[in-house]
Design a protein around this ligand. Structure first.
Ligand code: NAD
Length: 322
């Protein structure tokens, strides 16, 4: 993802920030991504900080390294944009939140779904009452994992960084919370392997119900209707496209032709919007679209779902898990 961010976000003529160095524990990768941007690559953050004195770090690391990397970057006085999930344990997330508070630096989290135009348009239409009262939400993330995403094995292995729940569950929890608000309880069921396929039932504070299904075991389609919000007078379908610019949000009611709320979006467009938000927050001091508290709430749901999986599918109340 660091390489993709370099190509899609930082190499663009209107990039929201200037990259001064890249870092990867594998120096060959740091150098390769650095060469895309014409900057030096280093094998550690400490070396980069000593050499180029950056203002901020954009961290795109395996999940179990996020919390320690944020602490290291904050200790070096940097503002931080960190990938999802915020951490892999509630204790690490709490320690990170405390360090972020003390530091006075910006910590934004790279949960990019809230930066998608489709998600923003859907959330605004729901808030404006365009589908009446919200009664339920659903989401699906279905594709076959492979290629660059499995090159080092940590995502699909057995370690604390692994599994589709941490990887995609974090995204879809953030997506559904944007549409339907806070989650109060969750139960989860595994597919043949919980690492690859998981289904969740979510209860929201508003009293509505949601369902999410994630799988890495089926071919993707060009535009997946990843989420639907159902209301008393209509629905909104959110289509996400990874390889094309066909993402769109469509509002359907019984009395009118379907209304396209927004269209022409590629999933990765949201990464540029997200980095621009991070840079703007550093400059003007407002809160990021996804800050630590929001990402902690998403992680709490994911960790409660993991506990439900471990306890045979029992519904876990978030207050019980805290
Ligand atoms: N939001 C999205 O659309 C999206 C998409 C893909 C990945 N991601 C996220 O990006 C993050 C990275 O995922 P990825 O697929 O790019 O992983 P990856 O394994 O491809 O890349 C991680 C890189 O970190 C390096 N690394 C490992 N330990 C390090 C250390 N201690 N110091 C410096 N570098 C170290 C590795 O050598 C590797 O090059 C994850 O949090 C993932 O969830 C987000």
């Amino acid at each position: 993802m660091g390489e993709m961010a370099a190509k899609l976000v930082y190499a663009a003529p209107d990039a929201p920030a200037e990259v001064v160095a890249t870092v990867d524990v594998r120096a060959d990768r740091a150098a390769a991504v650095g060469s895309l941007l014409g900057v030096p690559g280093f094998a550690s953050l400490a070396e980069a900080v000593a050499a180029v004195e950056p203002d901020a770090a954009d961290l795109r690391l395996p999940h179990d390294l996020h919390a320690a990397a944020v602490l290291e970057a904050l200790a070096a006085g940097l503002h931080v944009l960190v990938e999802k999930p915020l951490a892999t344990t509630a204790d690490d997330a709490r320690a990170l939140a405390e360090a972020a508070r003390r530091s006075g630096r910006v910590v934004a989290v790279a949960e990019n779904y809230p930066h998608l135009r489709t998600v923003r348009a859907a959330a605004e239409a729901i808030a404006a009452g365009r589908i009446g009262d919200l009664v339920a939400v659903r989401s699906t993330r279905a594709y076959r994992i492979g290629g660059v995403w499995v090159r080092d094995g940590w995502r699909t292995g057995a370690g604390s960084a692994a599994g589709i729940l941490l990887d995609q569950g974090t995204h879809h929890t953030s997506l559904l919370r944007r549409l339907a608000g806070d989650v109060v309880a969750v139960s989860a069921a595994p597919g043949r392997s919980a690492g690859d396929t998981v289904g969740l039932t979510l209860r929201f504070a508003s009293g509505i119900v949601g369902q999410s299904l994630y799988t890495w075991q089926t071919p993707a389609t060009v535009v997946e209707t990843e989420a639907t919000a159902y209301g008393t007078s209509g629905r909104i379908d959110i289509g996400i496209a990874y390889d094309t610019a066909d993402g769109r949000a469509v509002l359907t009611t019984p009395d009118a032709p379907p209304e396209t709320l927004t269209a022409g979006e590629n999933y990765y467009d949201s990464h540029a919007v997200m980095v621009a938000d991070f840079a703007a927050v550093i400059r003007d001091g407002r809160a990021p679209v996804v800050g630590v508290a929001d990402a902690q709430a998403d992680l709490d749901v994911v960790l409660a779902a993991a506990r439900s999986l471990a306890e045979g599918g029992r519904e876990i109340r978030l207050e019980e898990a805290a």
